[in-house]
Design a binder for this molecule. Structure first.
Ligand code: MN
Ligand code: MN
Ligand code: MN
Length: 274
């Protein structure tokens, strides 16, 4: 069984890379890709854990980028994790995130909450600082009562603590994955809040820029949607990938390895791996 999209605590998941691998193995996954947001920091640990149990680990990443002014996620699979072009993309992304975190902190400071960067940094631990860490710090300081409140009043889009991300364009994310010998996969296509017409335009641009595959099966997705995604993959000549997009156990996220079989006629990404 394949699961080619999941997260550890090296990005916004809760389990360590070792725990993710062991849990995936227990769920019956034979081939796994750990695809943390904009980092490959969990790869070595995951590989050690995978070798210990006999699971086949594929290198992975989920790169944040923009297409037509909106955020899009591109999963990279089966690439050289030490490739300079890939590493420079990872470095650029962490600089982007740091810069954004500092700007959020400045805004929160003006709103009456000093020290937010340091607080969020401490809460994030090994992970890259993101808005959920700011939200936790705000709760800790009694500035808000809940995560929901933090986003609704301060951190959400258009709120006083909102800072736009400066992501690379989609073509650059694809190019860095391809340069490192990997396959670029359009992540969770049904999750973007766009019309089907816009989605087709996104897929066409993705394929034209060298994108090779898309997630036909993603997370907790209706089987009718999966069939529709399979037709779209066929239409744009894209291979098919599958991923739970697991972040942590419990409600809200799909369990590792709970990926239904690909619909008839799909061309699985892994059929092209040596
Ligand atoms: Mn995530
Ligand atoms: Mn995503
Ligand atoms: Mn994801």
């Amino acid at each position: 069984m394949y699961d080619l999209h999941c997260h550890s605590n090296r990005s916004d998941g809760k389990l360590t890379p070792t725990e993710v691998v062991e849990r995936a193995w227990a769920q019956g996954v034979q081939t796994l890709a750990l695809t943390d947001h904009d980092t490959v920091a969990g790869y070595q640990e995951a590989l050690t854990a995978a070798q210990a149990v006999g699971l086949n680990l594929i290198s992975g990443i989920e790169i944040s980028c923009q297409w037509s002014g909106r955020g899009v996620h591109i999963v990279g699979l089966n690439f050289d994790v030490d490739h300079p072009e890939l590493l420079s993309m990872v470095h650029l992304q962490s600089e982007n995130r740091e810069l954004r975190a500092q700007k959020i902190s400045e805004k929160l400071s003006k709103l009456g909450l000093p020290g937010a960067y340091e607080g969020a940094r401490r809460i994030a631990g090994d992970a890259v600082v993101g808005r959920p860490h700011f939200a936790q710090f705000m709760i800790e300081q009694g500035f808000v009562k809940s995560m929901d409140g933090a986003f609704k009043r301060y951190l959400g889009t258009g709120k006083p603590g909102d800072v736009k991300q400066m992501w690379p364009v989609m073509g650059e994310a694809i190019a860095s994955i391809e340069a490192a010998g990997g396959v670029a996969v359009l992540a969770h296509p049904d999750k973007y809040k766009v019309t089907r017409t816009r989605l087709r335009l996104m897929m066409k641009d993705f394929a034209d820029a060298g994108g090779a595959a898309m997630e036909v099966i993603s997370g907790q997705q209706d089987s009718l949607v999966s069939k529709e995604m399979a037709r779209m993959a066929d239409q744009f000549g894209l291979r098919a990938s599958v991923g739970s997009d697991f972040h942590f156990p419990g409600p809200g996220w799909q369990e590792l390895g709970r990926c239904p079989a690909l619909p008839e006629g799909c061309d699985p990404v892994w059929d092209h791996w040596g």
